[in-house]
Design a protein around this ligand. Sequence first.
Ligand SMILES: [Zn+2]
Length: 355
Amino acid sequence: MKTITITKPFNAHVHFRSGQMMRDVVPYTAQHYFGGVCMGNLPGDAVIDTIEKNLAYRVGIMAIAPFFKPTVPLMVTSQLLENCKTIIPAAKKLGIRVYKFIPGGLTTNGAPGLSLFDFYTPVFREFFELLIENDCVFSCHFEVGLDLINDKELDPRCQEKHAIRFLQYLLENFPKLIIAVEHASSKELIQFIKRLPRRYQIGVTLAIHHALILYRMVADRKGNFLDSRLYCKPIAKYPKDREAVIEAMFSGDPRFFLGTDSAPHFLEAKILKATPAAGIFSDVISLQKYAELFGAHGKLKYFENFASIFGPEFYGTRPSNEKITLIKETEKIPELIAGIPVFLGGGETAWRVKN
Ligand SMILES: [Zn+2]
């Protein structure tokens, strides 16, 4: 196949940040995706955890890309949890029904003081009950940094598989909760989800970088960085994990869909700091790279559902009426855009989007 025309895709996981960086990156997502779930994990008090901030962030995105349809989650913070009884029903009336949780300390701007262990507390239990009552989605970064039993820090390669028990806890105790598992990147988590009965309402985003890179391209065995531009959380893992991500993409299983987790950081933050920022800016070429992957494996017939249909269906929005055409022609990938390193910059994609 030399060209493919599909319904315009939906990016179920993207970070736009704020200010000038947001103005620089939004157009790249909006040119290939008709809408997306736009994460508001802004630093400090800017975090999108009130209805007012949520609505303003949505307006800000649409001022840059008027035809893009942003779904902006409310970020789960201690403050949001305290007020969840009033916020959740009020937000629902305004069409806000996605809640995103990033445990603190794990990646860029997680919720200070909160971890997956807090799921067992009364405040989280009440929160989950309210989400169910109000037909809301709980979107979660499932990683845990601490092995409590042995009281030691977990290697980043194991942090996702150790978090499976928290997902299991949610399924057992809140079986009606609608759960978005973000950027699944390990064989263990993907297999756990594949085996779940279909009565659970679960959706899983899969990022292109987890289908392309491996831990050994990012860091050495001791954890010293080899290419910190490829550092993201969850970190890329082993060939078996990458295989599991790719297989899930091609499975035709509607629980698995596209979410790039495109997450810009300036070059200085990626390479010049002792601890590089976690996140990969991929939306310049994410759609082209997914097409390349599906094409290289002879799986293009599964591409449209994965990229454009299953995600909107999970979030209860309609797929796009527009179409997009990709052509099997190479495109050079820029190294930097507005000071932000681009995923696989300097290389090329085997497919490009027709203008
Ligand atoms: Zn993310």
